[in-house]
Design a protein. Structure first.
Ligand SMILES: *Cc1c(COP(=O)(O)O)cnc(C)c1O
Length: 231
């Protein structure tokens, strides 16, 4: 067992718990997604042995290779795999056939392809819509003003289950800036829910800003470098 990884997992879980206490939230209300992109399967297995069961991958081909290797090993076949990276049209089938969740759906065409390509024998693909919350010109994500329409359209597609929203705000210089971006995401999430679209997941926060994300209402933080080290 890699003691450094085990220690970092404890530290990240502690950071989540401390912020939940400070924000008056149940620590069970925030899930930890371990972002294993660029790290080998051995790192995933070490984290799994330390009790981590949810993993996020950015690069679809790399993720699928780890998923297949893992499922071939009976020991970690219960890992939940989340696709959190950009999806080109020609990669939707790989996502639909292998991942459990996808956080990075930002247009209807991609959602339709995932819906058509999700094998009928698998559980529904769990979907979050990526929102370009701070309007970066070259950034992925549906515009906040269009998020409700997209959510309504995705919610009715077969073999998908809409779970929530995901954002990747610009790296923030300080806590207040990070908090403001995450609060904007929470406000949008509330608006979509209040319009009658059922969702239960707000995928906000990474290694550097998970406290601000939890303070704003994140239900899933995506943590890479604080667990696995610098990429
Ligand atoms: C890489 C990545 C993360 C993890 O970032 P860290 O800063 O390493 O914690 C989270 N979400 C997405 C979408 C990523 O691409």
């Amino acid at each position: 067992m890699n003691n450094i990884l085990q220690e970092r997992l404890l530290l990240v879980r502690e950071r989540i718990a401390v912020q939940c206490a400070a924000s008056g939230r149940d620590p069970q209300s925030v899930e930890l997604l371990a972002v294993s992109k660029t790290f080998p399967l051995s790192a995933v297995l070490e984290a799994y042995q330390a009790g981590q069961t949810r993993f996020g991958e950015n690069y679809i081909q790399e993720g699928v290779e780890k998923i297949l290797a893992c499922r071939a090993l009976a020991v970690c076949s219960d890992i939940e795999w989340h696709c959190i990276g950009p999806i080109q049209s020609n990669k939707t089938r790989l996502v639909a056939e292998h991942f459990d969740w996808v956080h990075s759906v930002d247009r209807l065409k991609i959602a339709q392809r995932l819906s058509e390509q999700r094998p009928a024998g698998m559980p529904p693909l769990q979907v979050c819509l990526q929102v370009n919350i701070d309007g970066g010109a070259n950034k992925a994500g549906v515009a906040p003003a269009d998020a409700l329409d997209l959510a309504r359209q995705v919610a009715v597609l077969p073999r998908l289950k809409l779970r929530g929203l995901m954002t990747i705000p610009e790296p923030a210089p300080d806590y207040a800036t990070a908090l403001a971006a995450h609060q904007a995401a929470k406000a949008l999430w509330d608006r979509v829910c209040n319009a009658g679209v059922a969702m239960d997941t707000l995928s906000l926060g990474m290694s550097a800003d998970l406290e601000a994300a939890v303070a704003a209402g994140s239900t899933m933080v995506r943590v890479g470098s604080a667990l696995f080290g610098a990429r």
